[in-house]
Design a protein around this ligand. Structure first.
Ligand code: NDP
Ligand code: OXD
Length: 307
């Protein structure tokens, strides 16, 4: 049995190094060099070419190199019987919470405005709000930790999910009615949703228009959650004061994209929380062991639900 590493847009080197340390006996192939396609039972994937997974007749698990699985589920050629799993890791969770807290605090304290003033050598004191309400969309592994971290730093936090949740210090709401009730009080919206048919395009003119005027958007979910032209329009009409975006419909963000030149948008290159190669290799090895034992892999996802 072999593990296939299929991540054409990333350097597989660090993961291969970790795999050879953790499981030197494990046969590992790196796509597209696969000497024995019939022996592949687990594939570790990131942005694999659609259709390619159909070429492995004994494939049992397609594991995402990241927490998101939309890149796997969007493949119409993903064989029906293959279990999809995702990477879950405490470090990934903590790093994301740190990024979200940094983005919210930088907005609240006007960091970018002070930086702009510094470039102009202008002394521009600015009052900052003493309380802010942050609405976190998605209370999964990452969203719940970020919501708790924001609350621990004194922010007034509301968390939104599909099903009911309870988190200490966070007002939890769910479903369409919960979102309707929470949006008018939100100074900041943080998107930490998975990309599914139900969440694509959720950050649109309607949602942005229902936040408190002059608010802020943080998107660390996926680029396709955001309707880009609606964000630019919301900034143009001062409905929104700014945004911090880590994910984009097209990555890398094209050089000619208007977001680069918009001073009210902070662009980061999909680095809110980076997969640790050692930890993902550990989960891949555990996935191989689970297949050998005839068990479900760690962190399986519901293919129908989309996350
Ligand atoms: P989880 O699957 O653990 O959690 C998803 C959350 O979203 C759940 O709380 C779920 O609700 C909620 N949700 C899903 N669909 C809906 C809906 N239709 N309405 C309301 N709530 C919904 O995901 P993670 O927290 O692990 O990760 C979230 C996403 O973060 C990933 O899918 C990925 O896209 C992104 N990500 C980005 C990174 C970056 O560096 N920018 C790094 C890692 C991940 P419920 O609990 O009720 O099911
Ligand atoms: C992930 C990501 O899904 O890095 O883990 O976006």
């Amino acid at each position: 049995m072999s593990l296939l590493v299929m991540m054409p847009t990333r350097d597989p080197g660090p993961v291969l190094g970790a795999l050879s340390r953790l499981a030197p006996e494990l046969a590992v192939a790196v796509w597209p060099e696969v000497p024995d396609p019939g022996g592949v039972e687990v594939a570790l994937c990131w942005q694999h070419p659609h259709g390619a997974l159909a070429g492995f007749p004994r494939l049992e698990v397609a594991m995402s190199f990241g927490a998101g699985v939309e890149h796997l589920l969007a493949d119409p050629g993903l064989p029906a019987g293959v279990t999809v799993s995702r990477f879950v890791d405490e470090r990934l969770v903590a790093d994301m919470a740190e990024y979200v807290l940094a983005a919210v605090l930088a907005w609240r304290r006007g960091w970018a405005l002070h930086r702009d003033a510094q470039h102009e050598r202008a002394w521009r004191p600015r009052a900052y709000p003493r309380s802010n309400s942050v609405l976190v969309l998605g209370l999964g592994r990452l969203g719940a930790a970020a919501a708790l971290r924001l609350a621990a730093n004194g922010l007034d936090v509301v968390g939104w999910s599909r099903t009911p949740h309870a988190l200490p210090g966070v007002r939890c709401v769910h479903g369409a009615e919960g979102l309707d009730a929470a949006l008018p009080g939100a100074d900041v919206v943080v998107c930490m949703l998975p990309l599914t048919a139900a969440t694509a395009g959720i950050l649109d003119r309607d949602l942005l228009g229902r936040m408190r005027p002059g608010g802020y958007l943080v998107n660390v979910g996926r680029g396709a959650h955001l309707v880009e032209k609606d964000l630019l329009a919301a900034l143009g009409s001062e409905m929104l004061a700014g945004a911090c975006l880590d994910v984009f419909a097209e990555e890398p963000l094209p050089r000619e994209h208007p977001f680069w030149g918009e001073p009210r948008i902070t662009v980061t290159p999909h680095v809110a929380s980076l997969t640790d190669p050692e930890a993902v290799a550990r989960q891949a090895v555990a996935t191989v062991a689970s297949v050998r034992a005839g068990q479900l892999p760690p962190n399986p996802v519901d293919r129908e639900r989309g996350y």
